[in-house]
Structure formats: structure tokens, C-alpha cells
Design a protein around this ligand. Structure first.
Ligand code: NDP
Length: 374
């Protein structure tokens, strides 16, 4: 099963990013304008790429810097690398995005038997590296987009770039229970679209009182035999029509004033320890799946002061992938709160790379590879 979310872009098996995370790639042709640099022993890991990088306190320059290493960021990298932009990806300290916390992915085209989320992201990463992408597993600490080259800092290193793709994803919000974390991917999920299929004819619960919770509960009626919608208050944020639709559905039972103390079960979800938030009364509920639908948070911290955010905190795109700053492009869940799928994020990454390449070409900073490069 799958699941979504947390520090970068999906949900919680404990999985290490596969592949070689040691410093790779002999220094050969450094990115244009770059200062050749070498990782310190304790510096972030980097893989792939024609150049090495960056001791703490050093700097490097590239035509295209991609921030984020989920499907959007790594697809942007594949396209940009094949267009000879020699991109650097700042992958985050938990690289790979939400799919790293996902088990079976059955809706990513091209894998008729499904694929494990981490395996898919390892393949994305290898493919990006194959064409010369350099990937550095660091979080961006600070950003200055006031002039070009844009400057971004990560672990004491300054990265200068003529163009930037922001693909930092979004993180599902979690209840914060130890049992919830332990059982992620074992019955606890934050993505009904991804995992609903695994709960055919099961009795499950959805937690939340907003549109997402009601939408997911209604969607899950396609699979589950019974869905308990649990909300901590007796008023909903969800729109009335969504609430009414759920109330009219015989498979959905709504429980208000209901908090979750613990998810029960060792190897898989077996039930919930609940508490009445009005009376304090405790009870248990036997269920086999728990969908967390209490909201997502776009990972915009480093960019919020520079780029436009909408009322929900997501980055605003103009004309597909453009931000309000020329040369800064946006891809994936960091702007998309509507679809939030790996395949849509990948498509977005492709678009952002093409737009970035065309933009760099218009600035005279790169040659036209586009028409032949993909
Ligand atoms: P919301 O912020 O609207 O709702 C989150 C819900 O989760 C709230 O009911 C909140 O409870 C509850 N919650 C938050 N934290 C906890 C917690 N720790 N424990 C228990 N419950 C918690 O998020 P949504 O994802 O539902 O929606 C986000 C936005 O996307 C909204 O604007 C929504 O309208 C929109 N959307 C629209 C859809 C559509 O139109 N089809 C579909 C999905 C989303 P409380 O109310 O007590 O704070």
C-alpha cells in the first residue's frame, strides 16, 4: 500500500533511499562557470554528475538548479540533463519525496505489476544521473532570488544558478502518534487515491473534518465496506455539499467529537483507541485501515519571501510553470493541491525543464538542444 507525506513530498515505512549515497563521479567537465569543489567528509552526500562539489563554505555555479527530488524535481533533472544543462539537484536531506514513504505504487504508468515507491524513485534518480545530473542530499537553508545568478545556500555551500526549478513538494500532515508512524504503510495512509484499492471490503476510518476527509471518505466507498469518518469537533470545515453527500451514503458513518489516542495493532492496523473530545470517554473501534486527511502543507519555507503564495500557502504559477521571477520555475505538489499525483508531478517537472531550457536559450545562456534532446 501507499501513503503520503512528511518532510518532503507521501507517508511512513522506514526506508532508506537506495543507491550509492557516497560521493560519486570523477571530476571531469565542471558545470559552466563552476568552481570545482570537493565534498568534505561530513558534507552532504552527492551522486552522479560531471563535476564534484562543494566543501562546506565553498560555492558552485550551474545553469540550472533544481530544488527537490520527488517525481517533479527528478523528471526536470532528466530533461535538463539530456538538454546539456548539467543540472544540480538539491535533493533534501530526505531525498525522493513522498514516494519514499510509500510501498506499492499501482497507478504509475509503465508498471503493470506495480512498483515499490522507493524503487521507483531510485530509478528516477539513476536515470537523472545517467545523463549527468549531480544530486546533493541537502536541504536549502536560504535563498536570494533578487538578481541573477540566483543564490541558494545549503549546508554552508553557496549554489549560484542562472535558472531555478522549485519542486519541493508538499507534506501530508500527520496526527503525530508513535503508533501512527509505526503503522504507516501497514494500514495507515494519507492518500486514498493511492491506497483505497487495498481496502476492498474492509472496514476503515478516515480522520479529518475538511473537504479532503469527506472527499476521501466518499471515494473510499468504492472499495471499503464501511468507512467511519472521525472528526475532533462537532462542526466541519468541509463544504456543506460534501458533508451532505457523505451523510447520504450508507457506507459512511460520521463520528463527531472523536479524537484518536492510538492506532492499535503490531504488524498492521487492527483498531483505534478513541476518545470523546467532549466527555473524555474512551472506547475502541476495530478497523483495518486509517486514512489521515487532516491537510497538506506545501514545502515553501525557503521560497515564501520571494515567490507568490496563494491563500492555502501553495506557490502560484503563471503560464504553466513560471513564477513571478523570470528564470524561476515551479513544478509539482508545491503548487498543485488539486491532483497531487506522482505522474502529474513528473509531467510538471518535464514542463518546467523545457520552459527553463527555452528561457535560458532566450537569454543566450545555452544552445538550443530542445528540439533534438527529447
Ligand atoms: P482543512 O484544513 O480544510 O481541514 C483539515 C481538517 O483536519 C480540519 O477539520 C481539522 O480539524 C482537522 N485536523 C487538523 N489537524 C488535526 C489533528 N491534529 N487531529 C485531528 N484533526 C485535525 O484541510 P483539507 O485538506 O480538508 O482541505 C484543504 C483545502 O483544500 C481546503 O480549502 C479545501 O476546501 C480544499 N479542498 C477542496 C476539495 C474540493 O473542493 N473537492 C477537496 C479537498 C480539499 P478542525 O476543523 O477541528 O480544525
Amino acid at each position: 500500500m501507499t501513503e503520503r507525506n512528511d518532510t518532503t513530498p507521501f507517508g511512513g515505512l522506514s526506508i532508506d533511499f537506495g543507491g550509492d549515497t557516497s560521493v560519486a563521479a570523477p571530476a571531469s567537465s565542471a558545470p559552466i562557470g563552476s568552481v570545482p569543489i570537493a565534498f568534505g567528509q561530513d558534507a552532504a552526500t552527492a551522486t552522479g554528475g560531471p563535476a564534484t562539489a562543494v566543501a562546506s563554505g565553498g560555492s558552485t555555479e550551474t545553469k540550472l538548479l533544481i530544488v527537490g527530488s520527488g517525481p517533479a524535481g527528478l523528471t526536470a533533472a532528466i530533461y535538463a540533463a539530456r538538454a546539456n544543462l548539467e543540472p544540480i539537484v538539491l535533493a533534501g536531506s530526505a531525498p525522493g519525496g513522498q514516494l519514499m514513504l510509500t510501498s506499492d505504487v499501482e497507478n504509475y504508468p509503465g508498471f503493470p505489476d506495480g512498483i515499490q515507491g522507493p524503487d521507483l524513485m531510485t530509478a528516477f534518480r539513476s536515470q537523472a544521473e545517467r545523463f549527468g545530473t549531480r544530486i546533493v542530499d541537502v536541504d536549502v537553508d536560504r535563498v536570494d532570488l533578487s538578481e541573477r545568478p540566483f543564490r541558494l545556500w545549503a549546508r554552508g555551500v553557496e549554489y549560484r544558478a542562472q535558472a531555478v526549478v522549485v519542486a519541493t513538494g508538499a507534506s501530508a500532515m500527520w496526527l503525530g502518534l508513535e503508533s501512527e508512524t509505526r503503522l504507516r504503510g501497514r494500514g495507515v495512509s494519507a492518500c486514498a487515491t493511492c491506497d483505497g484499492f487495498f481496502f476492498r471490503d474492509r472496514e476503515i476510518a478516515v480522520v479529518g473534518g475538511g473537504d479532503t476527509a469527506f472527499e476521501e471518505a466518499t471515494y473510499l466507498t468504492r472499495f471499503a465496506k464501511k468507512i467511519h469518518l472521525l472528526h475532533r469537533r462537532d462542526e466541519f470545515r468541509a463544504s456543506r455539499i460534501m458533508v451532505e453527500r457523505a451523510r447520504a451514503n450508507p457506507k459512511i458513518e460520521i463520528h463527531t467529537n472523536t479524537g484518536i489516542d492510538e492506532v492499535l495493532g503490531d504488524a498492521k492496523v487492527e483498531g483505534l483507541a478513541l476518545r470523546d473530545t467532549a466527555t473524555g470517554e474512551a472506547r475502541t473501534m476495530p478497523i483495518e485501515g486509517l486514512f489521515i486527511a487532516i491537510g497538506h502543507k506545501p514545502n515553501t519555507e525557503a521560497f515564501r519571501d520571494w515567490l507568490e503564495v496563494d491563500a492555502k500557502g501553495y506557490l502560484v504559477v503563471n503560464d504553466e510553470t513560471h513564477s513571478k521571477i523570470d528564470g524561476v520555475f515551479i513544478a509539482g505538489d508545491v503548487h498543485d493541491h488539486r491532483y497531487r499525483q506522482a505522474v502529474t508531478a513528473a509531467g510538471d517537472g518535464c514542463k518546467a525543464a523545457i520552459d527553463a531550457e527555452r528561457w535560458l536559450e532566450a537569454q543566450g545562456l545555452t544552445e538550443a538542444n530542445t528540439l533534438t534532446a527529447w
